[in-house]
Design a protein around this ligand. Sequence first.
Ligand code: PFF
Length: 516
Amino acid sequence: MAKARQAWGTRLGIIMAVAGSAIGLGNFLRFPVQAASNGGGAFMIPYFISLFLLGIPLMWIEWTLGRFGGGFGHGTAPGIFHTMWEKNRFIKYFGVIGIFGPLIILSYYTYIESWTLAYSVFALTGKYAGASTQEAMKAFLASYQGLGGGKIWPAYIFFIITFAANIGVIYYGIKGGIEKLCNIALPFLFIFGIVLMARVLTLGTPDMSKPTWNLANGLGFLWNPDFSALKSAKVWLAAAGQIFFTLSVGIGVILTYASYLKKGDDVVLSGLSAVGTNELAEVVIGGSIIIPAAFVFFGPVDIKAVAQSGAFNLGFVTMPLIFNKIFLGALFGFAWFFLLFLAGITSSISLAQPAVAFLEDEFDISRGKAVAIFGAASFLLCQPAIFFLGRGVVNELDFWGGTFCLVLFATVETILFAWVFGMEKAWEEIHHGADMRVPGVYKFIIKYVTPLFLILILGFWFFQEGVPTIMMKGIANADKPFVLGTRIFLMAIFAALAVMVKVAWKRKRDREALKR
Ligand code: PFF
């Protein structure tokens, strides 16, 4: 019947895999953009508060729940939630978010990841070297994306290569694919990151006619704390959202990875190590590349303007412009984009695994078959982000998959853990096989502070951003049909997954009945 589940090869292996999931485009592209558009130093205080009150607790909760569910043969939220609260017939449908959310993020993330592969090649071949102004570099990017008269096929080829690489890794499984890739990719990622950081930190003051555009001010832009930011709900929402996204928590991905642990494996120190590694990559390395570099070349006003003019402009426009100006820029450009590619692929495979695990665990099919079904379905899911990129579709997918689902899922999961499962039992479960005790104050934090904080965020967020987004404020009339279409598409995917859960559970019940 139930076949043996896969398992991680080593303890370091799962830490690397979780860190690989966490360290992604979010660390090097999203974090600087968020920080720059939320006032630099103003952003960092809510950021660290969110890390300690949301990020770290959720990381422990998900490692614990995943390991718990894996013990019952479930690697995704429908089964895990059902096991935790057997009397509730609906909770497994709520768990659908834990498969749906990652799929939706995957559907645009893989495409952006493929740009980084393309730009790594372009850096070495000198393809963007001719563009020397913001406008020219923006036009280069738009044309690559098939916008403004550009041809889409080169981007499509890079997408197919990236997509196939992801499927290949998943096909080789937890230990043979995911763990192996992360063990190799992460060290390279850190080497590239440190090289780039060292280059940026030695930039000094490239333009002597603008003496205030120097490195010290560039770093100060990010690090000088601005306590007045604590009064702005928008900054809190952005900071909490960044913590979720960068740590890959609140979406089901860590649950799945942790489900391949064994009962006695530590989760406390391992989870914390993964968080620490991610933060090192985000605030130390991620914080020392784009922002200071953009600051010394373009100044503080321009950084904000560029960051607000488009989520990818700092990474794909400003950075290549800078590489065009420095010695050995082609090599540094390659290091930058290939760093992004490695960061991206170790994250996108983690977004793919929940759906594959769901098929394997709940429908009892082989990995090969699960990967084939997943590959075909997710390939189709990726198409809207590619072909309707200029129509606001990616923003819409990111809003539902990358923001709304995260906060909602995290809230439910925390309440389930601390209140339905019960804090005493939860505390015991966390500490099974633990190499370190969680500081006692976290018993209070997980029970009261984290859920309360999450509910507040959910409420504020709903009124500040949710309502305007749902009403499609600020979306051009011509794009509205595309945004509406995306919503219908999302609802259809959710419904399809919910039906799959229903079918899977019905089959289980029928089988049980046969046995009796
Ligand atoms: N943490 C990844 C990043 O920072 O880019 C993105 C991500 C991966 C988010 C996996 C959510 C997830 F489940």
